[in-house]
Design a protein around this ligand. Structure first.
Ligand SMILES: [Zn+2]
Length: 273
């Protein structure tokens, strides 16, 4: 059982610490272990890796948990390898997904905000909260970026609308998703995205659940929406084909244990009567 309590600053250093080790978009993992896990202090010490940055994430089972970024892309620990995060999604235990998302987003934020966007001076990390501040011009503090996205399963009785993105493998379909624009409500973004991508109108919008998705900084807000009107017309830019699928005859879809898209589909099928 994993218990994670997020925190921005450490109050008292526990005896044991754990470290997620990141190089660019890759996480250090062990090829002889099924699931990803953080390294112990000993393992980090003997890895031959030079730590560039270290950020406290919170308490993992009462141990201090950190993310560190390193310059090298290889470690000398036996069976260790840096693997691109997207490629190891299936090896992240459900209860570590939140911590790993947090690791990646905090490192990305720190690395990409070394200098002030207003005056160009070097930024510093604030001592009271997790933000980068500029002492030169006192511009607004910069917090880790979170980009809200709406993700929607459109249904019509025993059928669901799934779309094939131009970058997907053949016969792989998913729900529709898009970024929320400045000034938009989630519901307005949902209606706009659905209409732009597949040309249909929806009604009875209902919230389901959310998920942090650190590629690089999305917060996925999952919704159901009932079909209202219009013919499916893919936009041909993002979506090349889209169609209604009977729930007992689906194409390849995202697995329910990894992404919210898979959870939306699985949950709809389970509750359909
Ligand atoms: Zn500045």
């Amino acid at each position: 059982m994993i218990n994670f309590k997020p925190a921005n600053f450490i109050e008292k250093e526990p005896e044991e610490s754990k470290f997620f080790v990141i190089n660019n978009d890759s996480l250090l993992s062990f090829s002889n272990e099924q699931f990803l896990r953080p390294l112990s202090a000993e393992e980090l010490k003997w890895s031959g890796l030079d730590v560039n940055e270290k950020h406290f994430l919170g308490y993992l089972n009462d141990e201090a948990c950190y993310v560190v970024s390193v310059e090298q892309s290889e470690s000398i620990l036996e069976n260790s390898e840096f693997l691109n995060l997207r490629s190891v999604l299936g090896r992240i235990p459900d209860n570590l997904f939140e911590v790993i998302s947090r690791s990646i987003q905090i490192i990305n934020w720190s690395i990409s905000h070394k200098y002030c966007g207003s005056c160009g001076a070097e930024m510093q990390q604030d001592k009271l909260e997790r933000s980068m501040i500029c002492k030169q011009c006192n511009a607004h503090p910069v917090y880790p970026r979170i980009s809200p996205c709406v993700i929607t399963l459109i249904y019509r009785k025993d059928q669901i609308l799934l779309a094939h993105n131009v970058n997907f493998p053949e016969n792989f379909y998913s729900t529709l998703a898009g970024f929320i624009e400045p000034g938009e409500s989630v519901e307005a973004a949902l209606e706009r995205e659905v209409y732009e991508e597949v040309g249909v109108n929806v009604k009875n919008i209902e919230y389901f659940a959310s998920q942090a998705w650190p590629f690089p900084s999305q917060l996925m807000l999952g919704y159901y929406a009932e079909y209202d009107s219009g013919e499916i017309t893919p936009d041909k830019e993002e979506i090349d084909t889209a169609d209604w699928f009977k729930i007992d005859n689906l194409p390849n879809v995202p697995p329910y244990n990894i992404s919210i898209s898979g959870m939306l589909i699985e949950n709809y099928i389970k509750n359909f009567k």
